[in-house]
Design a protein around this ligand. Sequence first.
Ligand code: AMP
Ligand code: ZN
Length: 515
Amino acid sequence: MSAPTFRLYNTLTHETEPVEPIEEEHLRFYSCGPTVYMYAHIGNFRSFLTADLLRRTAEALGWDVTNVSNITDVGHLTQDDLVDPGGADKMQQALEREGERFANIYDLARHYTEAFLEDWRALNLREPEVRPRATEHVTDQLHAVVELVEKGHAYATDQGVYFSVESVADYGHLSGNTEAQQLEATDRDVVEDPDKRDPRDFALWKHDPEHLMHWHSPWGWGYPGWHIECSVMGMHYLGDRFDLHTGGEDLIFPHHECEIAQNQALAGHPVVNYWVHTRFLQVEGEKMSKSAGNFYTVRDLIQPGPDDAHVPASIRARGGVDPLALRYTLMQGQYRKPFNFTLDTLHTAARHVRRFQEVAERVDEALDADADGPDTLGDRLDDIYDRTLAAMCDDLNTPAATAAALEGATAIEQTDRLSGAAAESARAWLARTNDLLGIIESEFEAEERAGATVDPGLDTDHLSGSIDELLQDREDARESGEYARADAIRDTLEALGIEVMDRPEGPEWRREVEL
Ligand code: AMP
Ligand code: ZN
C-alpha cells in the first residue's frame, strides 16, 4: 500500500489539511509544556499525548521529527484566560502553599519538573529533541522584547512592557475572537495600568523587583510574560518558519493568539503553518476539579499512596494501574473530540493492554519453538497495520487505530498453532504497532529491564485493609446499577489473586494464591 496522506485539523484555517512539512519529510514542531507548580494531571497528559502520537505517526511515515517541548517555570499567572492577566504567579503561589517542602522556588521547579519527566516516561511518551526551560532563555526573551519596542510593536510603562495588539493586522484570527470579545477578556484585569494604550495589550515584561524570580532588564528588575517565552523558545530552536504548534484548547486564546502576534512582529511573516489543539478531558462527565472529587494526577492512578483517599479503592488496592492502560484510555477519544474519562474505561483498557502483553508472550514462546509451517498471519497483519496507520493519518483517529490493533491481537489469538514463520510476522507486527501507538510495551521499561534482574511485582503491603473497601465499592456499584464497574472491580480483585464469593449475607473473599 502506498503511504497514506497525513492529515490534521488546523485551528488556523478550520480545515483538516494534508501535513506538508517545510523541509520535505521532516516535521518540526513546538509543544507548549507544563507549568511546573504541581504534579501533572491526566488532562495535561491528554494534550502531551497528542504531540507524542503526532510524532509517532510522522515517524511511521518515515519522516524525521524535531520537537521542542518546553517547561514553563516562570511567568504563568493564575488568570491565564485573560489577555493581560493579573493574579499570582502559579509557581510563587505553590511555594507559598508548600513552602516547607522546598528550599526555594528553583527547588520547587526542579521537583515538579523531575516528577513530570517520570510521568512522561511512565506513559511511554517519546522524548522531545529539545526540552528548554523558560528560565534558561530569559536573556533571549529580553532581546526579543527590546526588538519589539524598537520595531514599534511594544512600549514601556512604569509597570512593564506591553505588546500593542493594534500593531499587527491579524490579531484575533486564530481564536476568531472579535474585538468586543477580546475586550471582554480584559474585564477582570486586576493590574489595570493607566498607561496602557489599549486594554487588550498584553505584557511582555512585568516590572516587579519583589518577584521571587527576577532578572535585570532595561526597564528595571522584573520577569517575562508567559506568551513571549514560547515565541522565543520556538524560534530559537526551530527558526522563523516551522511546521506546527500544539497545546490544549485553552491555549488558543490568549496564549497562542499572542504568540502569533509576537511571531509576526518579530519575523515579519507568519512563523507556524499548523496549529493543533487538544480538546479538554472531562472526568466522569464533569470538568475535572478538586472540589468535584474527580481530579486525578497521573501518579494518583499509576502509583497512588495508601493514604490518597480521593483515589478509588479499586486503583489503590492494586498499587495503581499499568501506565500503559492509562495511555490506552486517553487514546479512546480522538484528541479533537470531547472525551469523558471514566474508571470503567480505565479498567477495560487495563484488560486490553494485558491482552496485548499475553499475545506478545505467546509469540515469544512460538519464536522459541520455531515450529514448521506456513506464515498464515503475515498478509492479514500487514493489512491491519495499514489500517492502523491510515487511522492515525486521519487526524489522529486513535479510537479507530486501537480498534484495528485489537483485531491484530485477535488474529494472533485465534491462530491455534503458531508456526515459526507466523510468529515472526506477529513479532514484526507487534513491534510496528507498538512503535506507532506505544500501548504494548513501554520503551523505557524495556530499556530498564535490559539492566534489571528483579521484577518488583505487585506492591501489596497495603492490600488487606483495602480489600474490604474494594468489596464495598463493588457492592455500591451493584446497588446503583453500575454493573460494568462492579465487574471491573471483581476483575481487579481476581488479578490480585482474591476470589470473591457472593453469599446471601454478603460477599466474602479469600486469597487464591499466597501473595
Ligand atoms: P499547564 O501546566 O497549565 O500550562 O498546562 C499544560 C498543558 O495541558 C496545556 O497544553 C493545557 O492546555 C493542557 N491542559 C490543561 N488541562 C487540560 C484538560 N483538562 N484536558 C486537556 N488538556 C489540558
Ligand atoms: Zn506555550
